[in-house]
Design a binder for this molecule. Structure first.
Ligand code: NAD
Length: 474
């Protein structure tokens, strides 16, 4: 698919349409709904960076969609296709995503027009630090202001550069590390952030696959094991989501990347495919698999779950009719256009919307931010106390029953929660709770027949509380 400038506009129109759909079911005053929908502010900046002895002008954008809660939060993507409408659409999604999963942030998003794959690392560092400086100058970044995170084309390395730049400007600020999330663990990051979005996708899918009411409509059996899944994008989100699903017995029959796709009805090993791509530079020619020349074609292969985890607008009116899956799990933001969704819903495809399904990243980012503000690792205070308490219980059971527990069993039982355990537990609970909130909306409002509308509805009602409590609206 050729990416065109107008796709950002199309994406924003889709997001606004989804909001309007949900708003139709709401009894909130129109003024509040308008305020919740609109993007509060957009900052565009051009800055010079020296590349190979020449000056290049780089464009950066930061949109803060809603200030109903502070800080605002959202990733920064690096791509030459970044445009203002796309960034606003993504910032808008962030507002509703945070509200849906009870993360107390407003939505934001950033983008820098640069190709991260062809740009040398030293230039990427200059660009990142300069963009961060521009945001600092305007007070558009900070632990209580706006907190970026990784997104398409960025990762922990870029977040570390941003944190370091912020720290240099705000020397001595105790909460400085909370200015950005997705940092490496050694620099204030949190264990479990890298794989959080993928793991959240797995938890969300697992929950949906236990929802018998829905599964009966789809004529699909409960449980993950044996379900056939096609994955688009083997980056951070796709790779981890694929791994977790495969570990639970899902058969990954196809993987699509930018250079093409591969298919094997008996299953592909995600880790081995990842290593093959790393070593050969391409996903194609993976042993035992058939090459699919046009990567988009793979999305039309028959499967139980289609998991687009690359870019927006991948399923549109041109291919929606030919999609042969029962469930679409939106790992990426906006992979299905709004007109395509209409076609898919009519064809009884169950769509787990981006708003919900990829919220694991921001959820664990929230945990990282909490860690940075408290300046203490999760589990540090309680782990040993918990273990001592469990040991006392086991000792008492042994004494009172006159039976001894094996050393192996003891070790398994007497284990206090450490950071990664707590992070994953918090993420699992978040994804399960949000799924049932959306389903409850569908039960309470029989005219809400899809999860996306339910997600927007649930989020809108929560955001509205911030405005209603101010008493400024009738
Ligand atoms: P990434 O850069 O790590 O990975 C994206 C992958 O998609 C890359 O491997 C890339 O080669 C591949 N790709 C690009 N064009 C493609 C095409 N036409 N066909 C198939 N594959 C293609 O990015 P990511 O962080 O994994 O983000 C992917 C999506 O998930 C984006 O929409 C992003 O907004 C969304 N998302 C990411 C996070 C996160 O925590 N990283 C959180 C929420 C949502």
């Amino acid at each position: 698919m050729i990416y065109q400038e107008s796709q950002g506009k199309q994406f924003l129109t889709s997001v606004h349409h989804y909001f309007d759909e949900a708003a139709r079911h709401s009894t909130l005053p129109p003024g509040i709904l308008e305020q919740i929908k609109i993007c509060n502010s957009v900052y565009k900046v051009n800055f010079p960076v020296e590349v190979n002895g020449k000056v290049e002008v780089i464009e950066g954008i930061r949109a803060q969609h809603s200030h109903h809660k502070l800080p605002t939060k959202g990733g920064i993507r690096y791509s030459i296709h970044v445009d203002e409408d796309e960034v606003i659409a993504l910032a808008t999604l962030m507002t509703f995503k945070c509200a849906l999963v009870d993360v107390p942030f407003g939505g934001a998003k950033g983008g820098v027009k640069i190709n991260p794959r062809t740009t040398p690392v030293d230039v990427l560092e200059k660009v990142t630090r300069r963009f961060a400086s521009e945001l600092i100058k305007k007070n558009l970044i900070g632990p209580g202001m706006d907190v970026p995170a990784p997104d398409y084309g960025t990762g922990s390395r870029e977040m570390a550069w941003i944190a370091d730049t912020y720290h240099t400007f705000k020397y001595g600020e105790t909460n400085a590390l909370g200015c950005v999330t997705g940092k490496p663990v050694g620099q204030g990051g949190i264990r479990g952030r890298t794989e959080a979005t993928g793991l959240g996708i797995y938890f969300g899918l697992r929950e949906a696959l236990q929802d018998t009411e829905i599964l009966n409509q789809l004529n699909i059996s409960p449980g993950m094991a044996g379900k056939r899944l096609i994955l688009q994008g083997l980056g951070n989100v796709g790779y981890h989501a694929g791994l977790f699903c495969q570990q639970d017995g899902v058969i990954i029959t196809g993987i699509a990347e930018r250079e093409g796709g591969i298919y094997n009805p008996n299953g592909l090993d995600v880790e081995a495919v990842f290593q093959h791509r790393k070593e050969s530079g391409s996903i194609l020619n993976y042993p035992g698999a058939t090459n699919v020349e046009r990567s988009l074609d793979l999305l039309e292969y028959e499967c139980d779950i289609l998991l687009p985890a690359a870019l927006e607008n991948q399923i549109d009116e041109s291919n929606a009719e030919r999609i042969k899956t029962k469930i679409i799990a939106e790992g990426a933001n906006g992979p299905v256009t709004q007109p395509a969704e209409q076609i898919l819903l009519k064809r009884n495809v169950y769509i787990l919307p981006d708003l919900y399904l990829n919220a694991g990243g921001v959820t664990v980012s929230y945990f990282e931010w909490l860690k940075n503000l408290s300046n203490v690792r999760f589990g540090r205070m309680g782990k040993r106390a918990e273990e001592a308490s469990l040991k006392r219980i086991i000792d008492t059971i042994e004494t009172s029953t006159n039976k001894s527990i094996s050393a192996k069993e003891r070790q398994l039982i007497i284990r206090g929660a450490d950071e990664i355990t707590l992070v994953r537990s918090g993420l699992e609970d978040t994804m399960i709770t949000a799924y049932h909130e959306m389903r409850e909306v569908m039960r309470q409002h029989p005219t809400v027949s899809d999860l996306r509308t339910a997600a927007f509805y649930s989020a809108t009602e929560k955001i509205a509380v911030s405005y209603l409590s101010l008493g400024i609206f009738p």
